[in-house]
Design a protein. Structure first.
Ligand code: TRP
Length: 450
């Protein structure tokens, strides 16, 4: 039986897309960069970017996907049949997806290992000695084999879901895991907010301190807004092609944007009050979740094991639903271009991204002497994934959408063939044509110069 390549309902589509958007970026990255650039002030700027730019990019990808019912490269070919070069934008998005997934697998593997370490009491046995906790992290992450084992376990889990198909795999899993994720983050918020001195963390998160918000912080907010919404990689083009035709894309995009943002902020609420209560530095950087939080949990005595397990499960759930969207985009594309069976397409990209993931993982330990342009492989791919590729392919997409795609097609798709009103259209069009491209050029240039 031919499998159904669409989501069964608007709710299913929203859950799957929120699953893609909510990832390590929300729970691991957002809180630490928010900590670095002034808490509340950063959040205000972030909110502007996410709603004015992120959601515009999100909508444009969903429109392209649903209009054409194609995977990224073919979608651009379909819309611009005489200018095949636009297909390169789709290709670039897929290359970006490939590298993001490979790198994501490394971090997700760490998270899976930390669930294990929480459940087996290994983390708890480290006590509240910050030195021992960060040694544990560096010994583990550089150890070679162990991170790879957990990386492969995580990657296999993603493969199994993709093999289940669009509805039975992605949609059903997202419909279960997204509510679970919300419950987990809320449990952690309650725990964090009821600790002594928690209010300091709340103040820190919500009271704007504009003196900490540098130009660098504003750019970080913009980059994070795009990364967090998973835009600029064609993944939302693929998911857009699965969205039911009577769905209102504006509403869907707003739900995705709002949920993604809310969960990032809740992750901050789950983390900062606890960090303050235990007297740690909120600007702990990337080590915030692997080095500072275990210490926070260990100060909670026996219950710490429970909260630490909950936290790392939360992180893994978030990572898993993002990883599957990346694998899906790659799988659907190779399927569309080669006629290969879905199963084989998924296996091919599972194998390739896992292989690259293993290389990136090893480059943190045993292969750290291998350098590209002075960077380890992991740092190199991290730069590609944060500074170069996503803004570049997002820029290509939005220029195409704003300046080359037929306006009638866009309006027809947004209005469901004229059946729903699109009062927001003029503002949306202005943002898509002028504001978003300029913002992306600024991000790109400053990333390259900085
Ligand atoms: N949005 C994801 C996160 O916040 C990361 C991400 C970026 C992503 N681009 C993506 C996930 C594309 C899936 C697809 O962690």
């Amino acid at each position: 039986m031919a499998e159904q390549k669409s989501f069964s309902s608007s709710l299913g589509a929203i859950m799957a897309a929120v699953g893609s958007a909510v990832g390590l970026g929300n729970i691991w990255r957002f809180p630490y960069i928010c900590g670095k650039y002034g808490g509340g002030a950063f959040i205000l700027v972030y909110l502007c970017f996410v709603f004015l730019l992120g959601s515009v990019l999100m909508m444009s990808e969903l429109v392209i996907g649903r209009r054409t019912q194609h995977t990224p490269i073919k979608a651009f070919h379909h819309l611009a049949p005489k200018h095949k070069a636009w297909g390169l934008v789709g290709l670039m998005g897929l290359v970006t997806s490939f590298f993001i997934l490979s790198q994501y697998l490394v971090l997700s593997g760490w998270t899976t290992n930390y669930i294990w370490d929480s459940l087996t009491g290994t983390l708890a046995s480290l006590g509240t000695d910050a030195g021992r906790i960060s040694d544990h992290f560096s010994t583990f992450s550089t150890s070679g084999l162990r991170p790879i084992v957990f990386l492969v376990v995580f990657s296999l889990l993603g493969l199994v879901i993709i093999l289940g198909g669009v509805q039975k795999g992605i949609e059903n899993v997202s419909k279960v895991l997204m509510p679970v994720l919300v419950v987990l983050v809320l449990v952690l918020c309650v725990r964090s907010l009821t600790l002594p001195g928690a209010i300091e963390g709340v103040k820190y998160l919500f009271k704007p301190d504009f003196s900490l918000l540098t130009g660098e912080g504003i750019l970080a907010a913009l980059g994070q807004a795009l990364f967090s919404l998973s835009v600029g990689m064609g993944v939302m083009i693929v998911y857009g092609s699965y969205i039911p035709t009577d769905d209102r894309l504006f509403k869907t995009a707003m739900w995705i944007t709002a949920s993604d943002t809310l969960i990032a902020i809740l992750a901050g609420v789950a983390i900062f009050p606890a960090v303050f209560s235990c007297g740690f530095d909120p600007a702990g950087g990337p080590g915030l979740v692997y080095c500072v939080l275990p210490n926070v949990f260990n100060t909670m005595g026996g219950a710490g094991v429970v909260f630490s397990s909950i936290f790392f499960v939360l992180l893994m759930v978030a990572a898993l639903t993002s990883a599957i969207s990346l694998l899906e985009a790659l799988t659907a594309t190779i399927q569309a271009h080669t006629g290969m069976k879905r199963t084989w397409g998924a296996v091919v990209f599972f194998a390739l991204t896992t292989l690259f993931g293993v290389l990136f993982s090893l480059s943190i330990g045993p292969l750290s002497h291998v350098k590209i342009a002075g960077n380890t492989l992991f740092d190199f791919v991290d730069k590609l994934n944060s500074i170069y590729l996503p803004p570049l392919s997002a820029l290509g997409t939005i220029i195409f959408f704003g300046w080359f795609m037929k306006e009638d097609d866009i309006k027809d798709e947004l209005s469901n063939h004229g059946t729903v009103s699109i009062g927001y259209y003029q503002l949306f069009r202005f943002l898509a044509r002028y504001v978003a491209p300029i913002a992306l050029v600024v991000v790109l240039v400053s990333g390259i110069l900085g």
